[in-house]
Design a protein around this ligand. Structure first.
Ligand SMILES: Cc1ncc(COP(=O)(O)O)c(C=O)c1O
Length: 411
């Protein structure tokens, strides 16, 4: 089948009349940038995830940057994370002059492996001591420094082992900043990914809720919230709304730091408020789709279903292909799926193989073998609340048909 109007896209935001009405309300209000809608969104989001402080920002990338800056990450520090993530998680560490300390992932999932995290943090200490004594050649990786933070990424929406990671981080004196770009709430409203000193959520177009572009950073800690509030808007001590509408010295402001421009405009926030109301419903549909995929594909011996978790948000549904049992490679499978009218994707190309991190730290593909091997076999199926049962069944049918043509297993 060639690409046609009934093509099943890999991703599609769930935007309806309520989001349109909210956007129109702001467009007609005479105030487009950060004000009452953003404040209301922050309050509603804070309540939804059970945190006292929520700051609306322009992206999760901005939220991660603010959070890491606020916990004190600076030049020469290390921030532990897995390389199995999007560019944003590590680049913000580099913005601060610090270095990502990559740690490989668990064998059966895509999240950072707590055992390996513990070992990596311990070995940084050992290598620093040996390095000071001049005993060892420097292995691939960042220059040694204190591990200031750990950034667990809840890949695909499956939560990391936060109690364990929290313990390891606390022992190392490191903060925990959660990359919650793929999580939000379960269908019954349980928050997912909000643990740690701070957590950054994404409202990018494909995410559990969307504002087009946007994010929210949450924390229990008043000191971090205060720092992030100032740094979010140019290091200024008053926000835009107060500056222009307050009765007292409305024109006055003080730049106290070289901050950033990371505020969320009301236009985005108004859409986000509607999306947040729908979050449970949209999440319930994602889980139904995941279950339909499991029922329709679970018997195939040439693929492995994603590891489940009661709190899995199913932002992504990542299969592992058993390539030895197929006479087609992953790209061939993706092409055949596209020809069958189905969009798929691959998450993620591990960061350690990206030219920038190879150049900087001397990594090869095999520096993080679990990440490398799981990436080589990964393919993501469409999963979003607007996907109908009929479309899910077409995905299942198309994938089974690829297997029938290319599986090396006797039927
Ligand atoms: C794991 C992860 N972290 C962070 C981000 C960055 O999110 P944003 O686009 O809101 O900055 C993404 C975006 O796709 C992501 O997948």
């Amino acid at each position: 089948m060639s690409r046609s109007t009934d093509f099943v896209p890999f991703s599609k935001p769930d935007i309806g009349p309520a989001e349109e009405a909210a956007a129109l309300r702001v467009l007609r209000s005479g105030w487009l940038t950060t004000a009452g809608e953003a404040r209301a969104f922050e309050a509603e989001f804070a309540e939804a995830v059970g945190k006292p402080h929520a700051l609306a920002v322009s992206s999760a990338t901005a939220g991660l940057h603010l959070a890491l800056e606020a916990v004190g990450v600076g030049p020469g520090d290390l921030v532990a994370m897995s390389p199995y993530t999007f560019a944003a998680t590590a680049e913000v560490v580099r913005y601060l002059g610090a270095h990502p300390l990559f740690v490989d992932i668990e064998e059966d999932g895509y999240n950072i492996d707590p055992e390996r995290l513990e070992t990596a943090i311990a070995s940084v200490g050992e290598q620093s001591a040996a390095g000071r004594r001049g005993e060892s050649e420097r292995p691939p990786g960042p220059p040694r420094g204190p591990v200031r933070a750990v950034v667990p990424v809840h890949v695909a929406g499956r939560p990391c082992d936060m109690p364990r990671i929290g313990e390891i981080a606390a022992r190392a004196g490191a903060a925990v900043v959660s990359d919650a770009a793929h999580t939000l709430l379960t269908a019954d409203g349980t928050p997912v990914g909000a643990e740690g000193d701070a957590a950054a959520f994404s409202f990018y177009a494909t995410k559990p809720i969307t504002t087009g572009e946007g994010g929210m950073v949450v924390t229990d800690r008043a000191d971090l919230a205060e720092r992030m509030r100032v740094m979010r808007l140019h290091g200024i001590d008053r926000d835009v709304w107060d500056r222009y509408t307050s009765q007292q010295a409305g024109w006055a402001y003080a730049v106290t730091e070289a901050g950033f421009k990371y505020n969320m405009p009301d236009l985005a926030a108004a859409i986000g408020r509607v999306q947040l109301e729908k979050a449970g419903e949209m999440q319930a549909r994602r889980r139904e789709i995941a279950e339909r995929y499991r029922a329709g594909l679970g018997d195939l011996e040439w693929l492995t279903m994603p590891c489940d978790h009661p709190l899995h948000c199913y932002h992504l549904f990542i299969l592992q292909l058993d390539l030895e049992r197929l006479s087609i490679d992953r790209d061939g499978l993706i092409t055949e799926m596209r020809e069958a009218g189905i969009g798929t994707s691959v998450h993620f190309i591990p960061l350690h193989v990206m030219p920038y991190y190879r150049r900087l730290y001397g990594y090869t593909e095999h520096s993080f073998p679990v990440s490398w091997n799981r990436f080589a076999r990964a393919v993501s199926l469409p999963i979003y609340s607007g996907l109908t049962d009929e479309q899910v069944d077409r995905v299942i049918h198309a994938l089974r048909a690829v297997g029938e043509r290319h599986s090396r297993i006797a039927p």
